[in-house]
Design a protein around this ligand. Structure first.
Ligand code: HEM
Length: 440
């Protein structure tokens, strides 16, 4: 056991100063420290100025994200994201965030997602035809890359409708594809990505010149007005939100589908259960069939438990705060950095039996009822909960529902299948699969 430092209220942590980041070292250390120090791990900063606390207990997670959420702003982890997204809704705080969230929320209403579902089905039908050809030619697919391309296409079409095709035609290729091709999220990428804002501005200008309103996220954001001020978003804010939806909306969904197909390829019993559900449908699922895809949803939930794309996120305490611990309280000083790690709580043996095993039935109604709800938070909790949750669930259910009716994916052994804990929890190497046709 390493030497430990006692903090006030008997909170302990490692002696050596350390700044948590989204990288392998932090990922490994967080698990070791939870074993060693328990629910609250206190850290002395190395380069940063403030002390940090890692919270591994669902009551504390609830306190920070719901109970006293107004005392917490977005934390250090979002500095890098800001380079990509400007002051978009995922990084902004306070009154500006509240106003933006109020204006954006209606675009994610169930009715709108229902109308976008037809577009999702079409994207998946094209993917189906593509895999059919590959299966006939015994050609393996790069699943990781293909899920990334597909999730990006869905989110771009949800934003720009057919203006995406016009953009691709005028520029010769999809300029946003750089997000799939270059998975680093460094300054160079950020600058290249920010340069794409001019395409968004061009599409907006064209729609305004033609007085054209589409039923997509872009038009909904262009038309929305703040309920209190009756003002629309500024163009700068609007473009930041579009860039935010592109980044927040594609990597997360892509990563989840990548892992879901991998889990299916490793568990014959789960694949059989999924096939029974999708084969029972009369035709390829549309939005109306979503309630019938219950096991598919359980598989997605279980994938998000084992591989939460947002595996670590951070907050900053605005004022000092207190967390209940046993019969006492733990004092959190103003300015402290707070880290929440869904990955660890999702696999904590105190709350989950056989936590590393893939068991979709954990998400049956009965089992959900028996569990503390806060031990599972892949989409976060409270007022800053993911705005795209329903969109992504519909997208993923339709994808698996449609493609699993036609194909089994068989893992092609190659590089080891390993987690890469960066901004998102990705697979370190691309996962390759051989598509096998089921029902021709
Ligand atoms: C599997 C899919 C997804 C997962 C696991 C996921 C997870 C999350 C998490 C954990 C947060 C909260 C981060 C924090 O508060 O620090 C978040 C926020 C957000 N997500 Fe998602 N997300 C997913 C899909 C999407 C999609 C498809 C979209 C858009 C189309 C989207 C847009 C956003 C936005 C705009 C926010 C910021 C909300 C706010 O701060 O008010 N997400 N997401």
């Amino acid at each position: 056991m390493s030497q430990s430092t006692s903090f006030s209220n008997d909170i302990r942590g490692p002696a050596e100063p350390f700044d948590i980041n989204v990288d392998d070292e932090s990922f490994d250390k967080l698990a070791v420290w939870r074993e060693e120090y328990g629910d609250i791990v206190a850290l002395t900063p190395a380069q940063r100025k403030s002390p940090a606390f890692v919270l591994n207990n669902p009551e504390h997670v609830r306190h920070v994200l719901i109970g006293n959420h107004r005392n917490y702003s977005k934390g250090v982890g979002f500095e890098r994201v800001k380079m990509l997204l400007g002051n978009g809704i995922i990084v902004s705080d306070g009154d500006f965030w509240r106003s933006q969230r109020r204006m954006i929320q209606p675009a994610f209403h169930r009715k709108i997602i229902g109308s976008l579902a037809q577009m999702m089905v079409k994207c998946n039908e094209r993917k189906c035809a593509d895999w059919q050809l590959k299966a006939e030619n015994s050609q393996a697919i790069n699943l990781t890359e293909e899920m990334s391309e597909l999730a990006l296409e869905v989110v771009l079409r949800a934003l720009f409708s057919d203006d995406l095709d016009a953009l691709i035609e005028s520029t010769g290729s999809n300029p946003f594809a750089m997000l799939v091709e270059d998975v680093t999220r460094d300054l160079k990428l950020a600058m290249r990505f920010r340069a794409l804002t001019r395409h968004v501005a061009d599409i907006m200008a064209k729609r305004r010149a033609e007085s054209r309103i589409e039923l997509d996220f872009l038009s909904l954001l262009m038309e929305t007005k703040d309920k209190e001020t009756h003002e629309p978003m500024s163009d700068k804010a609007l473009i930041d939100e579009v860039m935010t939806i592109i980044v927040a909306g594609h990597e997360t969904t892509a990563g989840t589908l990548n892992w879901a197909w991998y889990l299916l390829s490793q568990h014959e019993d789960i694949e059989t259960a999924l096939h029974a559900e999708v084969d029972a449908l009369e035709a390829a699922p549309q939005f109306g069939e979503i309630p019938q895809l219950r096991y598919t949803k359980q598989l997605i939930d279980e994938t998000l438990r084992l591989y939460p794309p947002v595996w670590l996120f951070s907050r900053k305490a605005i004022d000092h705060d207190e967390l209940k611990q046993g019969d006492g309280v733990v004092k959190i000083p103003a300015g402290a950095d707070i880290f929440l790690c869904p990955y660890l709580l999702h696999r904590d043996p105190r709350y989950w039996d056989n936590p590393d095993q893939c068991l979709p039935e954990r998400f049956s109604d009965e089992q959900i009822k028996e569990r503390n709800k806060d031990v599972y938070y892949p989409f976060s909790l409270g007022s800053r909960r993911c705005i795209g949750e329903f969109f992504s669930l519909v997208d993923m259910q339709l994808h698996l529902g449609l493609l699993a009716r036609h194909f089994s994916l068989r893992h092609v052994p190659g590089e080891p299948v390993d987690i890469e804990p960066h901004i998102n929890l990705r697979s370190r190497h691309s996962i390759f699969m051989m598509p096998e046709v089921r029902n021709a």
